[in-house]
Design a protein around this ligand. Structure first.
Ligand code: COA
Length: 184
């Protein structure tokens, strides 16, 4: 049961600013329905989905966005490595259609990236998405074709966020398991 603060109850829902929290197992049906709504049946054929089939998501980095205590968005992170550099693949990111354009999507992307990178274990957050949405948040294009996905991907949509300004030029090779570079 999600506690709704009295302030949230009192405010009209469109005026309530989204918040984020870590997902729990009880959120699984909401997330499944949300991803089905946002991406449809074709989501299982997406190349990013194939990465998540090979490497498990980090459930401690699964975040839920809420408005007035009502779940409205979700993001996942998959720990990966590329060319011996550890990082994360962000996605799927989705906001329920009834709650869009309130900042939940950008809040989820920013917060999950901040939390992941503050751990100091991975140094980048990769994603496949629209430049118009993610570049204002700090993501930059990677070298087209340099990162090898397990399926087709539009190279102009492969974007990366990092504190290391040179990372976009350095990332090259297939997507492997987190820690693969350290173990080889
Ligand atoms: C993309 C998505 C997560 C955005 O969620 P949201 O909570 O509405 O996002 P925010 O409120 O933070 O940002 C909304 C703004 O981004 C814009 N925007 C949304 N999708 C965009 C896109 N693909 N490209 C550029 N801008 C986009 C909106 O028009 C809006 O602009 P405004 O603030 O000027 O009105 C949501 O539309 C969604 O779930 N879409 C379907 C799934 C999807 O495409 N996920 C992203 C995969 S990479």
């Amino acid at each position: 049961m999600i506690a709704v603060s009295s302030a949230a109850e009192a405010a009209p829902v469109h005026a309530v600013v989204p918040t984020v929290r870590v997902a729990t197992p009880a959120d699984a049906p909401f997330v499944e329905n949300l991803q089905a709504t946002a991406f449809g049946p074709g989501r299982f054929a997406r190349t990013a989905f194939r990465v998540r089939e090979r490497f498990p998501i980090d459930t401690s980095l699964s975040l839920i966005a809420e408005v007035g205590g009502v779940p409205c968005g979700s993001v996942w992170m998959t720990p990966i490595s590329i060319g011996g550099i550890d990082g994360y693949l962000l996605g799927p990111l989705a906001t329920h259609p009834s709650f869009r354009k309130r900042g939940a999507g950008k809040l989820l992307a920013r917060e999950v990236t901040r939390i992941a990178l503050e751990r100091g274990e991975g140094s980048f957050v990769l994603l496949v998405g629209d430049q118009d949405y993610y570049c204002p948040l700090g993501w930059v294009p990677t070298t087209p074709g340099a990162i090898v996905f397990p399926g087709p991907v539009d190279p102009t949509r492969v974007l990366v966020y990092s504190d290391d300004r040179n990372i976009a030029a350095r990332l090259s090779g297939p997507i492997k398991a987190f820690g693969a570079g350290r173990r080889s």
